[in-house]
Design a protein around this ligand. Structure first.
Ligand code: ADP
Ligand code: MG
Length: 751
């Protein structure tokens, strides 16, 4: 049996509902050593026959045998294997890679076969010499003449070194002189291979062909038969072949190194194409990163804009702390916190930081948070630092409103301040810190006005605040009465000794004998941090007549219902240490780390930023912003895909050529991936360069500044991964569309 045998093979073309017959019921047997010329007028089925034999097209009827094996059940990949092993093609349209040099084109077939690079170099050089193109070996194919291109195509077919070489109109585009050379080359090759040439120009081959097949209307109408002379040489040429087979150093298939090399070469060998692709990827990178930034920014904004019902200062850097054992802060605690890394400042009198006080006199008033002068980190802009205990510094915006027209008016003036209107203190303003002008306000968080008091005044005010912030209750004979400090409620009185309490007569009936005096009651003050109880002896009760004598006060009407204890007991009840402080971190980035550190250090923490009631829910960002970002990224993906497909239109022919030379789907896909991933990486590097230039101030763009503030190293890595995945997906999609049609189909589309 011959190398190739066709039995009643028919091939039909289906296009636009019309069935055309390519070849019908063809019988043929071909062998090594033959130089077969197929001829016939245009449309007679020559090309179809050749394509069927070379496995580029399928057939519908009959059977084709390859070295005795049936092929009617062959899958596409079976034919791909067959082509790789048996067939070298020379096309009328050359199908060379025009951006590759002569050498690169010829080497391609051997690289796809996985040959050793040294072997490739040697053999390709030999072949190029043989076809007379040695001087042109490093010239790009696009710069060659038609005759030279045809010789490159032949050289490439020779380099592949297969048993069968097919050529469709190999001299069609050439002048008669070049054609002559080609025919001689083919004749030479035919000595140890099966060479099949399709031509409508029979004259050029008739002196060299060993067999002539003439076609008409899809059928063989004339066949000179197998040449006796050549058939006799067949055995010898087979022997010759097998001895040559060893130094081909052929591996199973193309190596990873070659795939990488081809991908890199494809990336750079067409500068215009590279530039366009880089632009597309820059577009992809900037759109995806813009989306990424906008989601991140939205989340950040959401977590910083809002309000808190209990803490009026919800600076995002603030962490409220209390000790886990609920005890008061000690000096050592303060110092440890103040010296901890990433602590920008420590607010000791935390309870007051969230409470504001009025100071006022006949002309002026000011409203601000209570702080200690120890928190004042700069000297006053106006006036001077306080010295005496009753001197204060004010801090606020010079907006023509906070301090009125002239902030200087406050300096040296005396004001009164009181907590809950009960106790009044006289203070004097010695200095003013200007936080900014009215224009700066919109950039600020809840940083309001502040009043810096001396430490002793701060602790006095704190005591009063605790009194007004705690629940004071009197347990009388099993019933509880809620008291309020101040007029009409609980007060201090010098006439009452420590451990005693003076009550109005209205309390007498609550006791069995109608006498309260000498009985014991329990007075308690409760706040979140403490529950202070005092056991007191009822000193007696006062009525209308005894009021002045027992209390030393006048006008019972003004003091009706008041309860009196000694000053010392009052202090025991309310003069508490500080139970709550605020740590401000230097950067919101460090919030989490600081929180962990504080928790380990024995504090309960509350990161205020996490307890802000937001105008926009963070969930909402996830629900709305995230899907939008994903949709935009998908849109970008498809736009990029179609643009890249347009830019890489000619790659279809390139990959069809690789397939024709026997490359499988996987290596082709990897070569494409290398190219697009490289494009993507270069664009990303350009993008980073741009950001770098922006940072150094060479370029200035607001959008990029956003990137600078919102992207961390981790984000850049995530972005790079997203982009690389996109590049790979685009590449794979592109290859799928290329591999959907057969290699021949792509050539036909291009033609
Ligand atoms: P030749 O190479 O001898 O000119 P072909 O093998 O190209 O002839 O064509 C044989 C027949 O098949 C012709 O009738 C032609 O019209 C038809 N044919 C070839 N290719 C296609 C195709 N892609 N689609 C439809 N019909 C085709
Ligand atoms: Mg043809």
């Amino acid at each position: 049996m011959g190398m190739i045998k066709l039995k009643n093979v028919s091939k039909y073309y289906y296009s636009k509902g019309i069935i055309a017959s390519g070849i019908s019921r063809v019988n043929l047997e071909l062998d090594a050593g033959e130089f077969v010329v197929i001829t016939g007028e245009s449309g007679s089925g020559k090309s179809t026959l050749l394509n069927v034999i070379s496995g580029l097209d399928t057939y519908e009827e009959g059977e084709m045998y390859i070295e005795g094996n049936e092929t009617s059940h062959y899958t596409a990949s079976d034919f791909e294997n067959y082509r790789q092993q048996y067939i070298s093609c020379i096309f009328q349209s050359f199908n060379l890679v025009s951006s590759y040099t002569v050498f690169q084109n010829v080497a391609l077939a051997m690289q796809i076969d996985g040959c050793d690079p040294a072997v490739i170099r040697q053999k390709v050089t030999d072949i190029i010499k043989k076809v007379g193109l040695y001087d042109f070996r490093n010239r790009k194919v696009s710069k060659l003449s038609g005759g030279q291109k045809q010789r490159v195509a032949i050289a490439r077919a020779l380099a592949k070194d297969t048993k069968i070489l097919v050529a469709d109109e190999p001299t069609g585009n050439l002048d008669s002189e070049s054609a002559e050379g080609i025919v001689e080359l083919l004749t030479d090759i035919a000595s140890d291979k099966l060479v099949i040439v399709v031509t409508h120009n029979y004259e050029q081959f008739k002196d060299h062909a060993t067999r002539i097949i003439k076609m008409h209307d899809g059928k063989i109408v004339e066949d000179t038969g197998r040449s006796v002379r050549r058939a006799a040489e067949t055995v010898a040429s087979y022997g010759h072949r097998s001895s040559r087979g060893e130094h081909r150093a052929k591996k199973d298939s193309i190596t990873y190194g070659t795939q990488l090399k081809l991908g890199v070469r494809n990336t750079f060998n067409l500068p215009a194409k590279l530039l366009l692709l880089l632009l597309v990827f820059l577009f992809v990178i900037s759109s995806v990163s813009a989306q990424y930034v906008s989601v991140k920014k939205q989340k950040d904004t959401v977590s910083e804009v809002g309000w808190n019902n209990y803490f009026s200062n919800y600076d995002p850097k603030r962490i409220v702390v209390e000790k886990q054992d609920k005890s008061a802060f000690t000096r050592a605690d303060y110092e440890a916190l103040e010296n901890a890394p990433h602590v920008e400042k420590l607010i000791r009198e935390d309870i007051m930081y969230d409470s504001s006080l009025y100071i006022e006199n006949e002309e002026l008033s000011f409203y601000g948070y209570v702080l200690s002068t120890s928190n004042l980190d700069k000297t006053p802009d106006l006036g001077k630092m306080p010295k005496a205990e009753n001197e204060v510094v004010l801090a606020g915006y010079d907006d023509g409103w906070t301090f009125g027209e002239k902030p200087d008016d406050f300096i040296g003036k005396t004001f009164t301040v009181s907590v809950d209107g009960s106790v009044e203190h006289k203070i004097k303003v010695t200095g003013i810190v200007i936080l900014g002008t009215g224009d700066d306000m919109e950039n600020m968080y809840a940083e309001g006005n502040m009043i810096y008091f001396s430490d002793s005044l701060v602790s006095e005010i704190r005591k009063e605040m605790y009194a007004s912030n705690s629940t004071t209750a009197l347990m009388v004979n099993g019933t509880e009465q809620i008291l309020y400090p101040g007029s009409g409620g609980l007060n201090t009185n010098e006439n009452v000794p420590e451990g005693y309490i003076l009550l109005p007569t209205s309390f007498d009936p609550m006791f069995k004998e109608g006498y309260a005096a000498g009985k014991e009651v329990e007075l308690s003050a409760k706040a979140i941090y403490y529950d202070q109880k005092l056991k007191l002896m009822i000193m007696g009760t006062y009525g209308e007549k005894t009021f002045e004598r027992k209390t030393g006060l006048k006008n019972l009407e003004e003091h009706d219902g008041e309860i009196y204890i000694n000053e010392m007991d009052y202090r025991r009840l309310y003069e508490k240490g500080n139970f709550q402080a605020s740590v401000f971190v230097d950067d919101t980035k460090n919030l989490e780390g600081m929180k962990d550190m504080l928790e380990r250090g024995g504090y309960h923490t509350m990161v205020l930023r996490d307890h802000i009631n937001n105008f926009i829910d963070e969930e909402l960002v996830n629900i709305i912003q995230l899907p939008i970002a994903v949709i935009v990224c998908l849109a970008v993906f498809f736009i990029a895909y179609f643009v890249i497909r347009l830019i890489l239109k000619s790659r279809g022919v390139y990959f069809a050529t690789l397939r024709m030379l026997g490359m499988g789907k996987e290596p082709a896909r990897r070569i494409m991936r290398v190219e697009l991933v490289l494009d993507c990486l270069i664009s990303y590097a350009l993008f980073m360069l741009f950001i770098y230039l922006n940072r150094t101030g060479v370029v200035n763009s607001e959008k990029l500044l956003d990137h600078l503030t919102y992207l961390t190293l981790r984000d850049y890595i995530i972005l790079a991964v997203i982009l690389l995945v996109m590049a790979v997906l685009i590449s794979d999609r592109f290859m799928r569309s290329i591999f959907k049609s057969s290699a021949m189909g792509i050539y036909r589309e291009e033609a």
